[in-house]
Write a protein that binds this ligand. Sequence first.
Ligand SMILES: Cc1ncc(COP(=O)(O)O)c(C=O)c1O
Length: 398
Amino acid sequence: MILRKQFLQHVGQTSPSPMLVEVARAEGSFFYTPEGKRYFDLVAGVSVSNVGHGNPQVIKAVQQQAADYMHIMVYGEMIERPQVEYARRIAELLPGDIDCVYFVNSGAEAVEVALKLAKRYTGRTELISMRRAYHGSTHGAMSMMGAPEGEEWKSEFRPLLPDTRAIRFNSFDDLQYITSRTAGVLCEVVQGEAGVRLPDPEWLRALRARCTEVGAMLIFDEIQTGMGRTGAMFAATKYGVTPDIVCLAKAFGGGMPLGGVAANRTVLDHFTNNPCLGHITTFGGHPVCCAAGLAALNYLVDNNVVDSVEMKGAMFEERVSRHPRVQEIRRSGLLLAVELGTSEYLYQLMDIFKEIGIMSDWFLYCDTAFRISPPLTISPAEIEECCDLIEQALNRLK
Ligand SMILES: Cc1ncc(COP(=O)(O)O)c(C=O)c1O
């Protein structure tokens, strides 16, 4: 009780009604309160904890790296093995000629870097995003929250970046707005906070073709979809479209704060000269975070975790969609939006979930659907048990 009071008094709040569940420890697909109450974690820190809480390989890598060295010097001056090895592994896995990673601290910073890079590389100023997009909360990233839906979140923070425009995700017609004035087009491959909206693969290909035609940089935001979430290591490879720039964060740090911008060396070189120091960051690519991210990636690969993601997502979909209260499920791998049709049901359900030990959430632009995005390591038996609980909760909706 005292901690709760101090939390509300001394820790900056962003929500008028925080969940207020105290965490004592976390393991695998669960976290626990100090009283020992167990919660199924269906949020996974918003697609962060892909390798499960308390992953022993990640813990070992963090402990080892913390003991060897932590922060030495601002980004890019020193040769730090965890950074180099992680960049090399990511370059191997990303499609096309992407062979270089610029490390930052977070998703929003990765987006800032990508936008600056597109402007710097093309010498143009216009930046295009999708309606109902979410790319982060800093000024530049917020400018790319698609209009008009994003207006609710950004209007009080204007003026934002000039020369931005939002087009409709999956609209072939709107591709005409991408022109020789456009520096970059920023796009989530699967729209997360819009409530899990899947791309039309043909539209993604047309988007790629249009960007190539007019010389605009295609930037994929894989911050939520990367590191196996959609059933492939990256959604770009799942949908077979190669961007010029990829933004990474969330699961990229294996549970530690880390972001990255990946592109071809010749593109990223534009931060090196005229002027040099095109983007600088003190902590970006922190060796402990890179060691954690690399250990998490190795865990995914060594244990073939990504191969089972589609099967696990389908298990959730098959079980939960049977319930009459469920109108629709939108899904890519283990990223699911369960559509209930009304926010009244949704808010009721969140209270029931909290009582029975499930952590879920809704989406920034969609408060009629709840999220299922557990650690990718969740077992089939845990999925069955979790679906039983979800069913019980749905039965209680009035
Ligand atoms: C698709 C996408 N891009 C960017 C971000 C911002 O990342 P961060 O919160 O690390 O700044 C998020 C966060 O939810 C996201 O889902």
